[in-house]
Write a protein that binds this ligand. Structure first.
Ligand code: ZN
Length: 945
């Protein structure tokens, strides 16, 4: 473009924006230069609204432009968390309409803050307004007349959450400007918002990731303005454990980000929890296509639709194209950050705007199906090429946020009353409909896991009580000590959602994420619903925290036995007792009238053992029995392995949850990078190498991030102070490469145990570290959904899919150490993964009648899909094409050289949820040596191996 043409275009932009800003009734004065700078940073006039086309001026309150020396969304700049916080505090210090609170600290120690914005009167009454929403949240304590009075005197509280996903960079910039505008503008619309609402803003909900992303941008992306030339737009980590899955933590609260939002929720009881994301053009305001989750109050869905259509209408009316709703994901699983609102009688919602990992302006072309006119997208995004800037993103997000606030400020009492009604509906359902409660027997196989379930429910705001005397109900008699969830409580709906199976209809389309989150199935615990309203008359003691499980050491003697009842804590116990010899019984035995199943521990007399056992029993809630002499039973030694966890730079997300689970249990492991694999000598360092699920194709698992982008250092430097944690690298490109694959082969051949989970199992099975296992057609190669083939196959069984379901399995080798602590038939949680066939001695290598597939070699199958006695496959969730999965291997144990590969066809450490599945993995680690040296399985003498 010529200078002359550029000048012409710029003048059109300026002119248009100035007209927008200087509306005749506008009471605001304008920050000098802001109109021009915003217009210049906006690529087309239609991507700007009059509401955000200027910064209102204030004599007293510091503007983001004055503080940052630029407008929010300026090209080529991103604000880091410390600066965002400094501006937030400067804003609060200069405006009586803004306050700042600290609601948490990140894994790396950064603060997580919250701004509260209202008019002066609102700020002075914050405590009273919080007390009002807290009272409305509990209809048991607030009758209808009181509620009406509170509705009249209270205010809806609207919470914005920014920067959860770190490469979605516009929301922090947007929220700083929104906070300022809400504090100083005298536009009637803004005054109405300020006087009728309290607006909460968390400007950087994941500050560790924000700062890594900002460093990444300035190091690798700044100045690059051609989309096709951009390297990877995100650093490999967004926090100690998290990448994109930080938004799958609503039921667990594993991440500090989530814990901070829960703290905010319980303190403020906001009516809306609004999470800001950036992935589709130009602004999509969330409402799923269905199926919807029946345990969320219909009012929440209808309120959300109402707000979304208000946004579509308002921005469309301003001539801003590409604002739409509905056709994105389902509304079935509420496990995302905004779900904290939906699950607690508030509203959870979100945007996807057209953001960039970079703050540079790029040229885009959308696909044809993104630009059609539809009822849910009356004004589609542009077809053909268009340029999109960071400021365009701010313009859309901020204008829509103002529209949503405007809508609630028009009817504040309605939204506040609805909040009360949702709690009322939930509580009343628990009073008048079965089930009236759930009973959780405390004496189930692993009492610690029972306590973990109770702790999780309490952390989610669900009230749990404990029977002080036996509870007699139509379902039976439950002893004192049984945990009871009475359902006459405001969060009854959430309790039912978590404690009962889900059913995703087969013809309901393609789910967006997990279709089961049933906690009893995840924890392998019995939780019994009762249809007997007498549960409310039981003698129950409310619990503030889950009681610690008392361990015990009984008996006399210097030999200690530990009965295996499926305790999840055995891995931690093994490492805490690492200086002691332990033998593990391979068969059941009976001592002193007690049955000890296979897998039970025998600790021979050793110096210092008694004190250590007492300490472990108390710490981990385990029960040991002291005896004079070890029982006569076949047993194997269980030395502590040197454990390595390989985390490929190309995908750290799912293995982040695995590392989290290991850290929670204080398991020492070595973090293994791609370059550590390439460096070799693996057997010198590790006995067990664990490779978790990765959402990568086989070639990407081997070759990693493209070398063409390298070298890409991920390390702490003066210019990139936030990079290099939790692991550091001179160059994250190139993966392990062929040489690394050879080192893995050498590790196994020389006597190492390689354990692979989920799609990580493709590496040994399809990469050829072990042979004879064929990848079958008809599976989905990765855990995530929405792929073309899978979507096309929705509602039929052509493609086997189990997108996050609880499924029955049977142990083909119930004597294998992986089976310790489990019945012969049980269940596990499975997402979408490839399908693998039962191993054969060899697979055909050429077309010749004498060298077709070898005979089946099923000895390596430890666990198989399906219930051998024919019970239904699905416990909770849904499965498609299950006939092609049932009978196939769920866990393989295959020898190679002097080592073994254990390949899971599921992920036993899924997002810290399926705690009942974890023992299978823990068993493989604890019994690594027995697996390597165990009784020979499989091939007849002379077979090639
Ligand atoms: Zn996102």
């Amino acid at each position: 473009m010529s200078i002359r043409a550029l000048h012409f275009l710029t003048s059109i932009l300026l002119c248009s924006a100035v007209l927008h800003a200087q509306s005749p009734d506008g009471p605001d004065t304008v920050v000098a230069g802001s109109v021009e700078e915003i217009a210049q940073a906006t690529t087309e006039p239609r991507f700007l609204s009059p509401w955000v086309s200027y910064l209102p001026a204030s004599n007293d309150v510091v503007s983001p432009r004055a503080f940052l020396h630029r407008i929010p969304g300026a090209p080529g700049e991103l604000v880091r968390s410390s600066v965002a916080y400094a501006y937030s505090r400067a804003l609060a210090a200069s405006s009586p309409r803004v306050r700042v609170f600290t609601i948490g600290h990140s894994e790396e120690g950064r603060e997580i803050i919250l701004l509260a914005i209202a008019d002066e009167a609102g700020i002075q009454q914050l405590d009273q307004l919080k007390a009002t929403t807290a009272a409305l949240a509990d209809p048991r304590k607030t009758d209808a007349a009181t509620a009406e009075r509170l509705v009249a005197s209270g205010r809806p509280i609207y919470y914005f959450n920014a920067a959860l996903h770190s490469d979605e960079t516009g929301s922090t910039e947007t929220m700083l400007e929104l906070a300022y505008r809400l504090a100083v503008s005298e536009q009637p619309q803004i005054r109405r918002i300020r006087e009728n609402l309290v607006v909460l803003i968390n400007p950087v909900s994941n500050p560790d990731g924000r700062d890594k992303q900002v460093d990444w941008f300035y190091r690798f992306l700044r100045g690059k303005t051609a989309l096709e030339d951009l390297p990877r737009q995100a650093p490999p980590y967004w926090s100690k454990y998290a990448f994109v899955d930080i938004n799958r933590d609503a039921h667990q609260q594993a991440h500090e980000t989530t814990k901070a939002v829960y703290r905010m929720f319980y303190a403020w009881h906001p009516q809306v929890v609004h999470d800001l994301h950036e992935s589709v053009a130009l602004l999509m305001t969330w409402n799923g296509t269905g199926p919807v989750n029946e345990h969320v109050d219909p009012l929440s869905y209808s309120e959300r639709l109402e707000l979304s259509f208000h946004e579509v209408r308002t921005l469309g009316g301003m001539g801003m194209p590409g604002v739409w709703t509905w056709n994105f994901g389902d509304d079935f699983a509420h496990l995302f950050l905004d779900s904290i609102g939906l699950n607690h009688n508030s509203m959870g919602r979100g945007y996807e705007t057209f953001g960039n990992g970079t703050a540079e302006t790029l040229e885009h072309t959308l696909s044809a199906d993104e630009t059609t006119v539809d009822w849910y997208r009356p004004s589609p995004p542009p077809s053909g090429k268009f340029r999109w800037s960071a400021r365009d993103n701010v313009n859309y997000m901020e204008t829509a946020a103002l529209a949503a606030l405007e809508r609630i400020a028009q009817e504040p009492h309605t939204f506040l009353r609805n909040f009360y009604l949702k709690g009322l509906h939930s509580w009343q359902a628990g009073l008048h409909e079965a089930p009236y409660g759930f009973l959780i027997p405390d004496s189930q196989g692993d009492p610690t896991r029972v306590a973990q379930l109770v702790a999780r429910l309490l952390a989610l705001g669900i009230e749990v009580q404990r029977a002080a005397a036996p509870v007699n109900l139509q379902e039976g008699s439950f002893p004192a000590g049984t945990y009871v969830v009475r359902l006459d409580q405001p969060y009854r709906n959430y309790a039912v959602d978590l404690l009962t199976p889900s059913h995703f209809a087969k013809d309901a389309g393609e789910p967006y994420d997990d279709v089961s989150w049933e906690l009893p199935a995840h924890y392998h615990l019995d939780v019994i619903p009762t249809a007997d309203p007498q549960v409310r008359s039981a003698n129950l003691t409310p619990l503030a925290t889950a009681p610690p499980v008392a361990g015990a050491v009984s008996g006399q003697g210097s030999v200690y036995l530990l009965r295996d009842t499926g305790q999840e804590g055995l891995l931690e116990a093994r490492y805490r007792l690492d200086r002691f010899r332990i033998r593990i019984a391979q068969q059941s035995f009976n001592t002193r009238g007690l049955d000890f199943p296979a897998g039970s521990w025998i600790l021979p007399a050793q110096a210092g053992l008694g004190a250590a056992v007492h300490e472990i029993a108390t710490r981990l809630g385990l029960g040991f029995v002291a005896v004079e002499a070890a029982p006569e039973v076949p047993a194997h030694p269980a030395p502590v392995p040197r454990l390595g966890v390989w985390v490929p730079w190309a995908d750290t997300d799912t293995i982040g949850w695995l590392r989290y689970s290991l850290d929670q249990r204080h398991i020492p492991y070595l973090y293994v990078r791609d370059e550590d694999i390439r460096a070799g000598k693996l057997r010198d360092k590790y006995d067990v190498l664990l490779y978790g699920h990765v959402d990568l194709e086989l070639a990407e698992q081997i070759h990693g991030i493209p070398k063409a982008w390298g070298p890409m250092p991920f390390k702490k430097t003066a210019a990139t102070p936030s990079l290099g944690t939790p692991a550091s690298s001179e160059d994250i490109t190139g993966g392990i490469g062929w040489s690394g694959l050879a080192e893995l082969q050498r590790f196994v051949d020389s006597g190492g145990l390689l354990i692979t989970l989920g799609s990580g199992s493709a590496l040994p099975l399809e990469g050829g570290i072990v042979r004879g296992v064929r990848r079958e057609l008809g599976g989905v190669p990765r855990s995530t959904q929405g792929g073309g083939a899978a979507a096309a196959a929705a509602a039929n069984d052509a493609v086997t899919r189990t997108p996050g379901s609880h499924l029955r399995v049977s142990f083909a080798r119930p004597d294998h150490p992986i089976a310790y602590g489990y019945p012969a038939r049980t269940h596990v949680f499975r997402q979408n993964f490839p399908l693998y066939a039962t191993p054969r001695r060899w697979l055909r290598m050429a077309y010749c009648t004498g060298c077709l597939d070898g005979p089946l070699d099923p000895g390596g199958v430890v666990l198989e899909w399906g219930d051998r006695e024919g019970r239904p496959f699905v416990i909770s969730g849904q499965a498609w094409g299950e006939a092609n999965l049932i009978g196939r291997p769920a866990i393989l144990d295959l020898p190679a050289g002097r080592g073994h590969v254990i390949a899971f066809n599921f992920n036993p450490v899924h997002r810290d949820l399926n705690r009942g599945d974890q023992r299978m993995l823990w068993n493989a680690i604890i019994n690594w040596q027995a697996i390597l040296t165990g009784p020979a399985q499989g091939p007849a003498p002379g077979a090639p191996r």
